[in-house]
Design a protein around this ligand. Structure first.
Ligand SMILES: C[S@@+](CC[C@H](N)C(=O)[O-])C[C@H]1O[C@@H](n2cnc3c(N)ncnc32)[C@H](O)[C@@H]1O
Length: 217
């Protein structure tokens, strides 16, 4: 696959800030009780379905991958940024971290019991997002779960995706309806969604979506 230029831009941007990012956001699911609870619930659902390993896609410095492993999952991380992967491997040598792109995952069809993508879909131009959701659906086993975290818009916004001045690389706030629609079009079934208010020192609303790949096609 020929790599799109925006991915190279995102990769270079995260390579440049990886050390600082890891200092500030080693585990970005740790800051809010609702986020910790959601990841714990995701892990419980994945364990109950017993569908195989879990990929933390766009894993950054690996703290979320380590949280998933701590919750009893066979978890590994994938990220486009070699600097992020290096930091993750240094911090969690017992876990597997691979360089790779969510646009074309080096993972077999139906291999995973779960996919978590925490703020890693936000840098993809909206028109390219269906490719990523097709990849999520492809690598999930029937009955596998998907948990997404992203910046979202308020319910009145007429735009499914709004660019904003993200500090690292161009990014988009995505309406939860739009993200749910992308998941549905890829063949996944929505189980839950959450919109939470910005916390202290946060600018935007946060969206969460939990979905599942049906067991019957
Ligand atoms: C905002 S950071 C989030 C990192 C981590 N998930 C967290 O919650 O702290 C976005 C990460 O997604 C990665 N990323 C963005 N687009 C990607 C893609 N198409 N494939 C793989 N990784 C990607 C970036 O390199 C970066 O490490």
């Amino acid at each position: 696959m020929i790599e799109p230029s925006y991915l190279d831009t995102t990769r270079s941007a995260y390579d440049a800030v990886a050390t600082l990012y890891a200092e500030l956001f080693r585990d970005s699911t740790d800051g809010h009780p609702l986020d910790r609870a959601l990841v714990t619930a995701f892990a419980e659902l994945v364990r109950a379905a017993d569908g195989g390993p879990v990929a933390d896609l766009g894993c950054g410095p690996g703290g979320v991958t380590a949280r998933l492993a701590g919750l009893g999952l066979t978890a590994f991380g994938v990220d486009a940024s070699p600097a992020m992967i290096e930091l993750a491997r240094e911090a969690y040598p017992q876990l597997r971290f691979d360089e790779g792109s969510m646009l074309a995952l080096d993972i077999e069809d139906a291999a995973l019991g779960g996919v978590l993508s925490w703020y890693s879909i936000i840098h993809t131009p909206p028109e390219e997002l269906p490719v990523i959701f097709e990849e999520f659906a492809r690598v999930l086993a029937p009955g596998g779960h998907l948990l997404l975290g992203f910046f979202t818009t308020d319910g009145d916004s007429p735009h499914p995706a709004e660019p904003f001045d993200h500090k690292v690389s161009l990014a988009y706030r995505l309406s939860i309806d739009h993200v749910a629609d992308l998941a549905r079009k890829a063949g996944l079934v929505e189980l839950a969604r959450l919109r939470r208010e910005p916390g202290e020192n946060e600018r935007f609303l946060h969206g969460r979506l939990l979905a599942r790949k049906p067991t019957e096609p």
